[in-house]
Design a protein around this ligand. Sequence first.
Ligand code: SF4
Length: 381
Amino acid sequence: MCDRNDSKMRKTAGIYVHIPFCRSKCRYCDFTSYPSKLGFAEAYMACVYKEMKLRANELAGYAFSSVYFGGGTPSVIDAKLIAGALRQLKKYYAIAPDAEITVELNPESVTAEKLAVYKEAGANRFSVGMQAASDALLEELGRAHSVEGFRKAAKLLQTENFNADIMIGLKGQTLSDIDAAISLAAESGAKHISMYALTPEDGTPMYSDYLNGDLPDGDEVAEQYEYGRERLSVAGYRRYEVSNFAMPGYESRHNQNYWRRGEYIGFGVAASSFMAGRRFTNTRDLDDYIKCILSDHYPVVDDEKVEGQDAKFERVMLALRTVEGLELAAYKAEFGTEFEEDFAAPLKKNVPYLEKTYDGCIRIKDAFLFVQNHILLDFLV
Ligand code: SF4
């Protein structure tokens, strides 16, 4: 039997585990999460454990350098179920000894006891949904916690490596609200801050605010972003991806793997994967997921091989979200062609927005990273 800790010779990949339960539904949320089905958590996790076992043989050639429990709200279920998932992963997969293991938490459901269980099981990074430092904004978002709730959670986490999520683009949000959110996250000891612009998704209650013109427009959000970026920089957080800022050495390895178009396997309802050039996604329907797993079938609903120009575009699109940009030599090694020849026309059109670095990368200039979506449209050739 092979030594599961011997990661030499294996390909590396990440693992994502989706926990689709929340205490209540936020007004902007279109993630797969079920506030009313918490009673299914144990049965669901039994299926996730089984899915992990089902895929073990086909993934025997991989060493996994990161594990990420996302949701939903992983901290809303019994912490022992997260510990059980980690035990299962370690039993069937080669999890690197220094793997980054992250658990997402929300302030209303984190406790010292739960944190102790996660850490005992191997978790070494946490990500907290803070979103704002104003009770009025949190209420507007439909969050289940208050600012004081975040403070209490952060106190439990103060010696840990943790991320705080904050949002911009909110109804009635001012620059001083953004300042307060960044100050609170920084003072609480967050080593990493993700600053996301609200995306009004069709079908969510927040979408009517968007239709009514109650949300800030694109220019206002860009101004908020620039303000937040500057404020984060002064506080010591280095931007490494359009929405992600970290103290040096605290960048999320799990997310960096996504942006480098690295492989990852997703377990659980709605989880996506990218393995061996295929992108596939599990069903978003909880009942279907459970039925599939109980009958020993993979719960995959979409499965697509990504090749040729599509694969090249993906590589470029993901790399240009990051501050490091696209490494030209790595592109050539992966595809056997030159990036500057494959994308000559969009490169020419976007000369004012792009720059070449001394170490052989092409990236979007700092001032334009927030509008990278507009630039990338030209690369979709
Ligand atoms: S906590 Fe997150 S996943 Fe749950 S409802 Fe709110 S935004 Fe959605």
